[in-house]
Write a protein that binds this ligand. Structure first.
Ligand code: ATP
Length: 350
């Protein structure tokens, strides 16, 4: 798959830009716009645990978001691998509700990923402890359910569905951050974000499409009620909540929703993965609640990646890794790799 910028590569790292031959186009000290081969990089638009994201203009004048791994990311094998995984899978998948990648280099000092730019940032920026208007919430959820149904049909699992990884433009949503995604046929390290993680993930079992559905259910509850369904002051409290409790039935909080949809969304919290609905069943119910007739979603042949040949993680089987790095607060849940006895993923960075 080749996007309009495929084949270009850029170097990065503020400290190394001069060494790498970056031409500065402005003397502004804090965030100098930079011209680097085919991209003119300007201001920073975000920073995650593993990458810096810059606004940039491509050769066709299109504004894009350029993800650049932090120097520390490149030094750590797992983090570098995760960035490379995100580049390869983002360029491989093509769906209206998966954040579009235009170009990228997965590894090395020139690693980068050019993405569709969402000026409003992630959906989490919009959540203020209030429910979203029904129609807006249902539309976002239908779009993300469609993205998941697409990934699941291809045999892939996302592993990190949460509002921080959803982007909205013109009322339509797309799922981003494919760094933890993998093809089931290839296996992967188990990972997730504590507020959104399914019970089996807390148990350290491998994830599946049903784990993504659980995370989507948590996000649905959050968008429709204004609060997360499970809370806790520590990782252990949060784990107990996910393992043993159920949130209030949605029908009791949002009685105006169609009962069939509320019941289906309640079932996303099933402790046993096989008792949860599929992402496609959710997509259909959400579209029906929006007054639309769901269509079959076909996969054009040229867009079907071959799981056995294409890039995913290199690891052959699920593996659990330990904690690293400084403490993080539960208010800012980050991706973690669960679950080892006595290990608190809030303490893991990256
Ligand atoms: N396509 C985009 N359009 C607009 N803003 C973006 C885009 N991608 C990322 N951002 C901004 O950059 C921030 C960091 O991105 P992201 O969370 O994906 O970084 P990361 O380091 O790869 O993630 P993680 O912390 O999960 O390792 C986001 O919170 C968002 O504000």
């Amino acid at each position: 798959m080749r996007g309009p910028f495929m084949g270009f590569s850029i170097e990065f790292g503020e400290a190394n830009l001069d060494k790498l031959g970056v031409r500065r186009t402005s003397e502004r000290v804090s965030q100098p716009p930079l011209t680097l081969k085919n991209y003119a990089l300007s201001r920073s638009i975000g920073r995650g645990n593993t990458s810096d994201v810059r606004l940039a203009t491509g050769p066709d004048g299109r504004e894009v978001a350029i993800k650049l791994p932090l120097p520390a990311t490149l030094r750590q094998h797992d983090a570098a691998e995760r960035f490379g995984n995100e580049v390869r899978l983002t360029l491989q998948f093509r769906h209206p509700h998966v954040v579009r990648g235009f170009a990228g280099t997965p590894f090395g000092p020139g690693a980068f990923l050019a993405l569709f730019y969402y000026p409003d940032g992630p959906l989490s920026n919009r959540l203020r402890g209030q429910p979203l208007p029904n129609e807006e919430a249902l539309r976002i959820l239908a779009d993300i359910a469609a993205a998941l149904a697409y990934l699941h049909r291809l045999g892939a699992v996302h592993q990190d569905v949460k509002p921080q990884n959803v982007y909205v433009s013109g009322g339509r949503a797309a799922l981003g951050d494919l760094g933890s995604a993998y093809f089931v046929a290839q296996g992967s390290k188990t990972s997730g974000s504590p507020y959104y993680m399914a019970p089996e993930v807390y148990h350290g079992e491998s994830t599946s499409s049903a784990s993504d559905v659980y995370s989507l259910g948590v996000m649905a509850w959050e968008l429709l009620t204004g609060a997360r369904p499970f809370s806790g002051n520590s990782y252990e409290e949060l784990m107990v909540a996910h393992l043993s409790r159920f949130p209030a039935p949605l029908a009791s909080l949002r009685p105006e929703l169609p009962r069939a949809l509320s019941r289906l969304l309640d079932r996303t919290f099933a402790k046993r993965p096989h008792e949860r609905p599929t992402a496609d069943a959710l997509r259909r119910a959400l579209l029906e609640a929006l007054g639309e007739t769901p269509q079959e979603e076909d996969l054009p042949a040229e867009e079907v990646p071959l799981a056995s040949q294409q890039a995913g993680r290199h690891t052959a089987a699920p593996r659990v890794t330990g904690p690293q790095g400084p403490a993080e607060t539960p208010a800012q849940p980050e991706r973690v790799r669960p679950a080892r006895r006595g290990w608190n993923p809030f303490r893991r960075k990256g």
